[in-house]
Design a protein around this ligand. Structure first.
Ligand code: MG
Length: 338
């Protein structure tokens, strides 16, 4: 098997701002694994929050030698080897995991959701993300998001109340809130979440810094809406301890090394009666379609990274009124455009 990659700059429709900063584009690495003339596509969208960038992804990919494997169906052996090269590097590992699953699906002639025994009619409705902004821009973004029935709203800076009030002025859609670790004390987090539950918010993601699990547990016991872990939940060994502080977890392929580990995390969460959300970074249709292929296993989806960009290099999963529509073609079912 041969591994190839190229850098690609995804351009955003709007500058995207969360608690950690703002950006107008996102650098990703597009990956191909070739075997007997068949090509599997993958993608790494690195996040500085987890210690990665395009350079670290490329350094990692340069250490991977797939020429020693001649059977792509040995997914477990191959991905155990990739995971053992170095710790971290989760999006680099996810890019290989996604490409390998795409390749195997193509070699078998089946789509990934079929391979995993999933009903494509059961994909969730994806939320559409509204980044932090001035009221005027927020109003414009909410109008542009008209066809999406669920909004995921980024909070965690100084203007939380203003943002929610601006949105509630123009729509009564379901709102999910993501504070991206923005509320620094348990008292502030409690006050914010109580106010948000009165505003009809469905759940709150990562209200406080990920290293303060005890405070999140304190808050969770005092509110009625669900609290979902994101920055707190990276790999499968993070899941068992999260039950004491959270009602659910947000799994992202780029955090957890890909499809293989995401399914293990979903099974662990289910064993603990926790809710499951599938999320994403700013990604092209390669990464988003990979998440969407296993989304019938999730309660919630936030798979909109490809909807926020203007130059998607691939075509894949579609969205109709928020509902994820999976392609039927083998593997991921993505088509290369650029
Ligand atoms: Mg989040």
């Amino acid at each position: 098997m041969l591994l190839r990659y190229r850098e690609f700059e995804l351009k955003l429709k709007h500058p995207f701002k969360i608690t950690r900063g703002a950006r107008t584009s996102n650098q990703v690495v597009l990956i191909e694994i070739e075997h007997n003339g068949m090509i599997g596509y993958g993608e790494s969208s690195p996040s500085a929050r987890y210690g990665e960038n395009v350079e670290t992804v490329i350094n990692f990919l340069n250490k991977v030698d797939l020429s020693k494997f001649d059977d792509p169906f040995q997914i477990d052996d191959i991905l155990n080897y990739v995971d053992s090269i170095e710790p971290g590097n989760t999006s680099a590992k996810a890019g290989i995991d996604i490409a390998l699953h795409d390749l195997v699906g193509k070699l078998l002639g089946v789509s990934l959701h079929k391979l995993f025994g999933l009903n494509k009619g059961k994909t969730p409705i994806t939320s559409f993300t509204i980044g932090i902004d001035e009221p005027k821009v927020i109003e414009q973004k909410v109008k542009e998001a008209e066809e999406y029935p669920i909004l995921k709203v980024k909070l965690g800076l100084e203007n939380d109340e203003e943002i929610i009030k601006t949105i509630r002025k123009v729509t009564d859609k379901i709102i999910r809130v993501d504070a991206n670790e923005g509320w620094k004390t348990k008292e502030i987090a409690l006050e914010k979440i109580k106010w948000l539950q009165d505003e009809g918010v469905e759940f709150v993601e990562q209200p406080m810094p990920a290293d303060d699990l005890d405070s999140i547990a304190w808050v969770r016991d005092k509110v009625d809406i669900s609290i979902i872990a994101d920055e707190n939940c990276v790999r499968m060994w993070d899941v068992p301890i999260l039950g004491k502080a959270y009602d659910g977890i947000n799994i992202k392929l780029m955090k957890c090394t890909g499809i293989r580990e995401a399914i293990k995390m979903i099974n662990t969460a289910r064993a603990m009666k926790m809710k499951v959300m599938l999320g994403c970074m700013i990604e092209s249709s390669v990464g988003i379609t990979a998440g969407a292929q296993i989304s019938p296993l999730a309660d919630f989806a936030d798979l909109d990274g490809n909807l926020l960009i203007t130059n998607d290099p691939f075509d894949g999963v579609k969205v109709q009124k928020g509902k994820l529509i999976l392609p039927d073609e083998p593997g991921l079912g993505v088509k290369k455009l650029i």
